[in-house]
Design a protein around this ligand. Sequence first.
Ligand code: GDD
Ligand code: MN
Length: 379
Amino acid sequence: MLPSPHPQHHAQRPFETPHRSPDLSVIVPTFSETPSVGPLIDALKTALEGTHWEVIFVDDDSPDGTAETVRSVAGSDRRVRCIRRIGRRGLAGASIEGMLSSSAPVVAVMDGDMQHDESLLPEMLRRIQAGADLVIASRFCESGSANDGLSQARLGGSRIATWLARRLLHIDVTDPMSGFFAMRRPVFEALAPRLSAQGFKILLDIIASVPEPLRTSEVPLSFRARRHGESKLDNLVAAEFLGLLAAKATGDVVSIRFVLFALVGGFGVLVHLAALKASLALGLAFAPAQTVAAYVAMTGNYFLNNALTYRDRRLGGWRLLWGLVTFCVLCSLGVIANVGVGQLVHEQSHVWWLAGLAGAAMGAIFNYVTTSRLTWRAR
Ligand code: GDD
Ligand code: MN
């Protein structure tokens, strides 16, 4: 080996050792947050002065070019990284991927819109280094607050959701819906395969999925008002939240997606009855009226599932139309599965409602499994 011409260049300070990972990775999921990127990185630099840290933005290909903005900063600061995801949406999934991309002993997740107080990070890191597995920045513990950042309606919704989660899932933290928390990375790593990438409620999912309780600690957070852009949470998150509750309350026997699919199906029954009544009123005979009603309900279910159950892989354009065709074909086959099983149970038990339920359940499962593989298959 040739002797190095400038041996002094190899004498590096500990922070510059090429193989050492940072002590803390801050994960920031973003969707259209360009104006906040610069201010957030500056705020992190100030707050984490003296700490060996990095920030990983996980952007879902925002139309406003958030990923490019991050990369332009990353070009001159290697503490800044960017993951750009294409064809996918979702805060939980983005947070999970960001945490999995880190090799630091501690990971933190925070919003990219400056609503979270970055000056809490050193204390959160310190508590983990002192033995906690999970530190939550809580809006609802003593001296925390959410009044600046949440409307009255959101505050009310958040309180109901928190109460439900605490009652149904026996969770005893004050803010299981917080989007700001820090964790020991190996603990997260062990848990990651159990988590759902769907939805917003990553922290709740983590707490509800641990086999043994985590050593948890809370720091009070004053949730700030948003400065730029607007919230990406819409009314559908309420349904998603109920799906997560049901999935966790049944010990993950059902997935969030299946709960949502079943909810849509239940609503479809009402649509079916309404369409049947309307068709009969228009003078159709029963059989054609029932057929019309079935396809009206199917079409309704398709669009609802596309908007809600599969919002993270929503179909659009021609795919939307083709999806409707495959959905209707598969659900028509589902009727055969439904009637077949119903008949079988009826022959065995002669209980009409049991046979009817068994058939309907079989049909729902058939439709769910087949349409998830074909109509909304992951690209
Ligand atoms: N990658 C990615 N993909 N990021 C997303 C997505 C997405 O689909 N949707 C939202 N984000 C990012 C936003 O850009 C922001 O950085 C962060 O996730 C939080 O999203 P907001 O839209 O600002 O959420 P919020 O302020 O209404 O909700 C906050 O409070 C909720 C509880 O009331 C968040 O902290 C939530 O996590 C929290 O549950
Ligand atoms: Mn926000």
